[in-house]
Design a protein around this ligand. Structure first.
Ligand SMILES: Cc1cc2nc3c(=O)[nH]c(=O)nc-3n(C[C@H](O)[C@H](O)[C@H](O)COP(=O)(O)O)c2cc1C
Ligand code: SF4
Ligand code: SF4
Length: 250
């Protein structure tokens, strides 16, 4: 069974491709989070968790969801992360620890480069570069699916000292000091369509007088800012003039 979380669609694309190659079921974690569902899932096949990498690790909200969810049947757990940068740091070690603590059998973590979506921090590549990156990633997802299908563990990526630092002590500091929704603003371009409200996996947005208000519980997934059809949302001045990256299908 393939479980995926996605802010702007990269991980959705990866998850859909892996599910199609394996002819296996898909579960959209965003919807489970939105509905507050802490369900039980039964599958005799491998569990595959697909998500963006956040601060050099599996996103905290995905870790929490895995901890709160019951998995019956197969115990093998694979992690496929999509990343915008060049390193996954020591993400595998933390995923392995999560598996140990939740009774799953860790079978490896691989990250695959896809377009950067974090416009509250940096810039997304051009449309052409994004298309080229996606084209390069597709055969990698296919190969990962084949490895999962054969029951092989993913090979372990080497981890540098800086990688250990980024996934280790820096990760919680990053969440604590940077992941905040106070920087979001909305302009008069807002047409009160409610898409940002519908998309937020944490139900952190509501409309007041037709405009979004952020309620303080945000994970910086970029679904609201990148999905807004009129580009009415900005993050401080950092996102101004930047291309929005969004391929998420609802
Ligand atoms: C909050 C946040 C943190 C991120 N941290 C990293 C990171 O540590 N390393 C990296 O390579 N990319 C990082 N990225 C980029 C995303 O992981 C990447 O663009 C991903 O493919 C987005 O997937 P999605 O479209 O499924 O949301 C980060 C993006 C966000 C929004
Ligand atoms: S998605 Fe954009 S236009 Fe729609 S309500 Fe939100 S801010 Fe307004
Ligand atoms: S407020 Fe926006 S960035 Fe924050 S979790 Fe919701 S959709 Fe994602």
């Amino acid at each position: 069974m393939i479980f995926y979380f996605s802010g702007t669609g990269n991980s959705q694309l990866a998850a859909r491709q892996i599910a199609a190659e394996l002819d296996d079921k898909l579960v959209f974690i965003n919807q489970c989070l939105k509905k507050g569902e802490k369900g039980t899932f039964h599958s005799e096949r491998a569990l595959v968790f697909v998500a963006p990498i956040y601060a050099w690790r599996v996103p905290k909200l995905v870790e929490r969801w895995i901890r709160e969810t019951k998995f019956e049947g197969g115990r093998d757990a694979y992690f496929v992360l999509t990343r915008g940068g060049s390193t996954q740091g020591n993400a595998g070690a933390y995923a392995a620890k999560l598996c140990e603590e939740t009774g799953l059998t860790y079978r490896g973590l691989v990250s695959v480069q896809m377009p950067e979506n974090y416009i509250a921090l940096s810039a997304a590549p051009s449309e052409r570069e994004c298309a080229a990156m996606i084209a390069r990633a597709r055969p990698i997802f296919a190969d990962l699916a084949r490895q999962i299908g054969r029951g092989e563990p993913f090979s372990k990526a080497p981890v540098s000292l800086i990688g250990r630092f980024l996934s280790g002590p820096f990760n919680p500091l990053y969440y604590r000091f940077y992941i905040k929704d106070r920087g979001f603003t909305v302009s008069d371009a807002c047409v009160s369509c409610g898409k940002c409200v519908r998309r937020c996996p944490l139900n952190n947005i509501e409309l007041a007088d037709g405009k979004p208000v952020w309620k303080g519980s945000c994970t910086h997934c970029m679904a609201c800012i990148c999905g807004c059809p009129t580009e009415a949302i900005e993050y401080k001045s950092i996102s101004k003039g930047k291309r929005r990256y969004d391929i998420l299908e609802e």
